[in-house]
Design a protein. Structure first.
Length: 159
């Protein structure tokens, strides 16, 4: 997997800032693609999931109980915000930052069995790895002001 992307702010919360990913100058971010999916929007738990995101951002921060942890590989930060079988995949950076990706309705036993959900997780794994590299190199930081700081624009990697 190799693509360019930008990290963009979605919600300035008092307890947690919410970000998302825009891939290759696409018209919509990964989170916007989730929001405009008719099946997702019509899901009985959609409004509840959106309210949960606002609650996390403004009231309590990104506490463990709101997430299905360990959704990706053992060593990555991929988690899922969820209600019933509705999944929105994300990366958590402590309790203060969330990076939202895509998601959808889980109809299979595991996300890996669903082509769309598996792709959502793989995109986030790639993005998370690139962000982690910049954090380790000191090019990106985040602090108690709940903000990513630094170069949030990622070009395609030279392979």
């Amino acid at each position: 997997m190799n693509f360019s992307f930008n990290i963009e702010l979605v919600e300035l919360g008092e307890k947690c800032h919410i970000y998302t990913v825009r891939i290759d100058d696409d018209e919509y971010t990964e989170f916007e693609n989730f929001l405009i999916d008719d099946y997702v929007y019509d899901h009985l738990e959609f409004q509840s999931l959106m309210a949960r995101i606002k609650y996390i951002a403004h009231e309590v921060g990104a506490q463990d109980q709101f997430f299905k942890l360990g959704e990706g590989a053992l060593n990555d930060a991929i988690a899922a915000l969820w209600r019933d079988n509705l999944r929105l995949y994300c990366c958590r950076y402590g309790n203060i930052l969330i990076l939202l990706g895509g998601g959808g309705i889980k109809k299979t036993r595991t996300y890996q069995e669903d082509e769309h959900l598996n792709h959502c997780v793989e995109v986030l794994q790639y993005v998370s790895n690139r962000i982690d590299q910049r954090i380790n190199d000191g090019e990106i930081t985040y602090d108690n002001k709940y903000k990513f700081q630094g170069n949030l624009k990622f070009e395609r990697e030279d392979i």
